[in-house]
Design a protein around this ligand. Structure first.
Ligand SMILES: [Zn+2]
Ligand SMILES: [Zn+2]
Length: 184
């Protein structure tokens, strides 16, 4: 399914608005050869209201899907549901400065550009996915991670190497011995 919305449908002048309700296959978001931090793991439901005033757009809506991530501790894949509401503003991007050019305040992060009288819904949704990603993806808050010695997943197994308690005095001694080794 096309992820471009042709703004010509809204007409050239005056005010116009459009409501979109679309569902995209997860496979439509695949980017072969370009690994992302996430993969889209379920169909993506996009609800969109586009308001056009002359050539400026206000776009409000909501995108829902499930994203597949890799746990930062145990490296196992897991999924999170996302449901992100957004309000975005767009103005046309013009290549030639001068006539019709609109200055945008550098600080105005909520205003984006559209090109060729087209709204790129794919880009819009990918941006929302990025914003919804957790800073540190964890399959569970109490994920035990991998054993530092043997690499076993401590959520599913217990290995012989843990827990291992070392006498702090011995650790200090070992560090000293290792340092001597490195010097000699
Ligand atoms: Zn984990
Ligand atoms: Zn182990």
């Amino acid at each position: 399914m096309l992820m471009q919305y042709d703004l010509a449908q809204l007409g050239r002048h005056g005010r116009a608005e459009e409501h979109l309700d679309r569902t995209f296959d997860a496979s439509a978001f695949g980017t072969p050869g370009e690994p992302e931090e996430y993969r889209v793991a379920a169909p993506v439901h996009l609800l969109l209201d586009i308001y056009k005033e002359r050539d400026a757009l206000k776009v409000t809506g909501r995108v829902e899907t499930r994203l597949g991530l890799e746990c930062g501790r145990c490296l196992e894949p897991f999924e999170i549901p996302i449901g992100s509401a957004f309000e975005l503003h767009y103005v046309p991007q013009t290549d030639n400065s001068g006539e019709g050019e609109r200055q945008i305040d550098e600080d105005d992060l909520t205003t984006a550009f559209y090109r060729d009288n087209t709204l790129d819904l794919g880009e819009l949704m990918r941006e929302q996915f990025q914003l919804a990603l957790p800073m540190k993806p964890l399959c569970a808050d109490d994920c035990k991670g991998l054993c530092a010695d043997c690499g076993a997943n401590l959520n599913t197994t217990t290995c012989g190497c843990t827990p291992k308690w070392e006498d702090p005095r011995l650790v200090a001694l070992k560090t000293l011995l290792n340092r001597d080794k490195e010097i000699s």
